[in-house]
Design a protein around this ligand. Structure first.
Ligand code: FAD
Length: 452
């Protein structure tokens, strides 16, 4: 009997336990992706373009057998089951609030045909690692310790003698061919190629170079993890087997993968933390209205015209590439929340619409971390200074000059304070929209008031 393999964010052939389970049910496997128009609309053009490219690549990996249907999953999956006479539907377990609700709806609509979940998009499934008393972790370091102690399975093999179900009607892909933002190569082969390049060139020094946006020395694997064109367990196995696998660089890299798992775990236990402060003590904070009094400042932030070069370079990198270096994500997020006094969900939404790796758990908890409302014990009064952050992590100014052409004539680290040199603003770079020192003090004043 045919088994349906319903792909969601796992667009690959290798290391996919749900494929193994579908194959083991004994008959042909029919891989399907359901494009829900409501989800596509909320994804924004950058993610839509990457998703359609990943789907085209997956169709190749699946030897042309991948079927795409457009509509609501609870209608499309049962319809395809009837059409193909399938006996089961196989998935990777989904743990986001939307994914869980959708899967419950599909399960009900399937009636007697089982929806079988095997594996997740994580090395350790969200909800698995818990404290001794069974409670979920709220802090990263103890979570990461327990996560390592728990360990993970080795990668799943591609089943031998797979038989694909063919000649099933499919919708066309892609839907988005030409967004203004660059589209990077995606799909399993592209993920593998980028991954091997990173292992070779940058893993060993990752602990020393990861904070330097000018060096572009991070893995850029987030887009591949987002669409599941590689499984993190495959990456962990490769790191462990690598000659530099015991280096400080490797240890740090594994810790970063663990942040992704931690945030997915937090979202699993606290679905409300997607859009509301996780910590309750700052719920009384006074924020500016991003559509009202703060609208001009917020637009300048969105467009990379704040007058703070490190912030503007980051926001322009986001617009040009659909990606931003982690250090700069932290600095621009801090600027929106603590210099412009705008509540973090506004920034989180803006990021999700434009990032190619836009992921609810990592993005929104990353924002909460910076805003001081999230999982981190770090206090609200840690305010990133956009000038000193730039001087420290972009010491020669190369990152700023790459994205801000109005400052291309300013040499070295002087680019982080162009207002201090005679012709710094001569080529149209804007004046600072706020005074960082004054806004920092204002942020702290609001913080104290909220705590009282
Ligand atoms: P590397 O440094 O090579 O790290 C390897 C992998 O580890 C990444 O691909 C990612 O999967 C994971 N990782 C690294 N750092 C983090 C982190 N802080 N939190 C969670 N996972 C991490 N990451 C996303 O994948 N999607 C998002 O939408 C997203 N939004 C963010 C928003 C803010 C405000 C902040 C501060 C961080 C956000 N991050 C997000 C985390 C991080 O910035 C990116 O994962 C990273 O920059 C991706 O680049 P890379 O693959 O080269 O990372």
């Amino acid at each position: 009997m045919t088994a349906l393999l319903w792909l969601r964010r796992d667009l690959r052939l290798h290391d996919l336990p749900a494929l193994l389970a579908a194959h083991e049910s004994g008959g042909e496997v029919l891989p399907v992706f359901v494009a829900d128009p409501a989800l596509l609309a909320s994804a924004g053009p950058v993610r839509r373009a990457h998703l359609s490219a990943a789907l085209e690549a997956a169709r190749e990996s699946y030897d042309g057998a991948l079927v795409v249907r457009v509509g609501r999953a609870e209608a499309e999956i049962p319809a395809l089951v009837r059409e193909a006479g399938a006996g089961s539907v196989h998935v990777s377990r989904e743990t986001t609030p939307y994914g869980r609700r959708r899967d419950r709806r599909v399960e009900r609509a399937l009636g007697d045909v089982p929806l079988v979940a095997t594996g997740t998009p994580y090395a350790v499934g969200p909800g698995v690692v818990r404290k001794a008393d069974g409670e979920p972790f709220r802090v990263f370091t103890p979570f990461s310790r327990a996560w390592r102690e728990n360990g993970w399975h080795s990668p799943a093999a591609v089943p031998a003698r797979l038989r694909w179900r063919r000649r099933v009607e499919s919708a066309a892909v892609p839907w988005e061919e030409d967004p203004a933002t660059a589209v990077v190569p995606v799909g399993e082969a592209a993920a593998r190629a980028r991954w091997e390049e990173f292992l070779e060139d940058d893993l060993a020094d990752y602990d020393r170079t990861r904070d330097r946006p000018d060096l572009a020395a991070t893995s850029q694997m987030s887009v591949h993890l987002k669409y599941g064109t590689i499984h993190p367990r495959t990456m962990l196995a490769d790191v462990a087997a690598h000659p530099a696998g015991r280096s400080e660089g490797a240890r740090r890299f594994v810790a970063e993968l663990c942040w992704r798992e931690f945030y997915a775990d937090v979202l699993f236990h606290r679905p409300d933390s997607a859009w509301a402060d996780l910590r309750e003590d700052l719920r009384g904070m006074a924020y500016e209205d991003p559509a009202g009094a703060a609208a001009d400042h917020v637009r300048a932030w969105e467009e990379g015209r704040t007058g703070y070069p490190f912030v503007d370079a980051g926001m322009r990198q986001l617009l040009a590439e659909g990606w931003m270096h982690n250090r700069v994500r932290m600095v621009v997020a801090s600027f929106l929340v603590k210099d412009l006094h705008v509540w973090w969900p506004h920034g989180a939404r803006y990021f999700l619409e434009r990032l190619r790796d836009g992921d609810l758990a990592s993005n929104n908890h990353g924002w909460q971390w910076v805003a001081g409302t999230g999982t981190d014990a770090a206090p609200y009064f840690r305010v990133f200074n956009p000038v000193t952050q730039g001087e420290r992590f972009d010491p020669d100014g190369a990152y700023v000059r790459r994205y801000v052409p109005e400052l291309a004539h300013v040499p070295g680290a002087a680019v982080h304070q162009p207002w201090r040199i005679p012709d710094g603003l001569a080529r149209g770079y804007p004046e600072r929209i706020v005074d960082h020192a004054a806004e920092r003090a204002e942020a702290l004043r609001r913080y104290e008031a909220a705590r009282r």
